[in-house]
Design a binder for this molecule. Structure first.
Ligand SMILES: Cc1cc2nc3c(=O)[nH]c(=O)nc-3n(C[C@H](O)[C@H](O)[C@H](O)COP(=O)(O)OP(=O)(O)OC[C@H]3O[C@@H](n4cnc5c(N)ncnc54)[C@H](O)[C@@H]3O)c2cc1C
Length: 377
């Protein structure tokens, strides 16, 4: 925790030190731009949450000097397989992708945040916490940021990297259109015997919902599943029943490390900039975790916004990143709806079409490129 007095005037105030705010802070520190990064929590979150870092994000982290230490703590995976029950429909290979990082890196979000924080500290900067931002008012010369403690800061620009319920977005008046999915999402990190093995990410379609099983470092697996009616804290028995129903005979759960249930929204902010206020990460877009792209898109937003602020090309940010967010949200939505459709005709058509398309190399490469976010370079 850093409790020294805050500078009253600064170039940029970053509200929120999740992966988006940290990526932005490292980008600004590298470019010698004056900033303060605040978070209301006394320390960073220590839960697993987003578990995959895609190739494009690793390229960005490389530019920030953080890729190597993250890769050392993660597990690279080169295959993404889609099944309907036990029938394989398509396998997407990452190892042919045109990048220095031809894989998906499996690593819990708290580790990604810790690596970014280490990098920020190595550059001589740190997160200021616990400081909750309570009010933001902009005028022609700058922005006044009022903290819950009553302290006041002035800044040239303020960035909302403060998550889905962003106070910066609320202060900006920018709309956040979209909806919530009907189903809940269950997340669980477990130890288990899993017959497809620890070298692929697997997505299984079943009438009851989609199920992703992804290997994590430390002989764990991450389960992500849509469930009509899930308990708030799913236990090992719940996860075993779910896998027995959707992937029969493939899993024996031996322990539960962490679990969570949450409702997912798909929303994109109407604009990513309102004069001196900017939005990035979950403050600007939220979507289904089906493709594991929330945190990845946020880190790339932070990097792009840092570059825009450092080079004074402020309009570039909304112009470049909002269309990306719209595409990512639409892609995740399409994947979720295709995977969770209850319509037997659509399910049948999906299960016939995917294996046929899987024989076309260009189709497999296009899908793998989109998942890896390499089309957003
Ligand atoms: C249970 C769970 C599971 C998830 N699983 C996945 C997954 O499998 N794949 C995936 O891609 N994504 C997943 N996500 C989403 C992913 O975690 C987010 O996309 C990612 O954290 C976004 O990062 P961010 O930095 O934009 O926002 P956040 O991580 O939400 O960080 C916002 C920060 O702002 C701070 N803050 C908020 N308000 C204020 C304020 N007023 N003043 C000061 N500080 C403030 C908060 O304390 C927080 O540290 C999951 C999320 C949850 C909750």
């Amino acid at each position: 925790m850093t409790t020294a007095a805050l500078t009253a005037h600064t170039g940029v105030v970053i509200v929120g030190a999740g992966p988006t705010g940290l990526a932005l802070a490292v980008t600004l520190a590298t470019a010698d731009v004056e900033f303060v990064i605040l978070d209301r929590l006394a320390e960073g979150a220590n839960t697993s949450r987003a578990a995959v870092v895609h190739a494009r994000t690793l390229e960005v982290l490389d530019e920030l000097g953080a890729a190597e230490s993250l890769i050392a703590r993660g597990k690279p995976i080169t295959r993404f397989t889609v099944r309907d029950g036990s029938r394989r429909l398509i396998t997407l290979p990452f190892d042919g992708l045109p990048t220095r990082y031809p894989y998906a890196l499996m690593v819990p979000q708290n580790v990604t945040e810790a690596v970014l924080l280490d990098r920020l500290r190595a550059l001589g900067r740190d997160v200021r916490r616990p400081h909750e931002v309570a009010g933001i008012v902009q005028d022609g010369d700058g922005v006044t940021v009022t903290l819950a403690s009553g302290d006041v800061l002035r800044a040239g620009y303020v960035v909302g990297a403060d998550g889905m319920h962003s106070v910066v977005r609320q202060a900006s008046g920018i709309g956040f259109g979209g909806n919530a999915y009907d189903e809940s999402f269950v997340l669980a990190d477990v130890t288990m015997d899993w017959s497809p093995g620890a070298e692929e990410v697997s997505l299984t379609f079943a009438p009851a919902g989609l199920t992703v099983v992804a290997p994590l470092p430390g002989d764990r697996y991450r389960i992500v599943a849509t469930v009509d009616d899930a308990p708030a804290a799913p236990d090992a028995e719940f996860v075993q029943r779910l896998l027995d129903q959707r992937a029969p005979g493939r899993a024996t759960v031996t322990g539960l490390v962490w679990s969570s249930r949450f409702r997912v929204h798909h929303r994109v902010a109407d604009r990513f900039r309102q004069d001196r206020l900017f939005l990035a990460g979950d403050a600007a877009h939220v979507h289904s975790p089906a493709g594991g792209q929330g945190m990845n898109t946020g880190i790339q937003d932070g990097f792009a916004l840092g570059r825009a602020l450092a080079t004074d090309r402020l309009d570039d940010y909304d112009a470049r990143r909002r269309p990306v967010a719209e595409k990512v949200v639409a892609f995740a939505d399409r994947m979720t709806r295709i995977a969770t459709t209850h319509n037997p005709v659509l399910r049948g058509a999906r299960n016939i079409a995917l294996p046929v398309l899987a024989r076309i190399p260009a189709f497999r490469t296009r899908l793998a490129t989109e998942l890896a976010e390499l089309n957003y370079r």
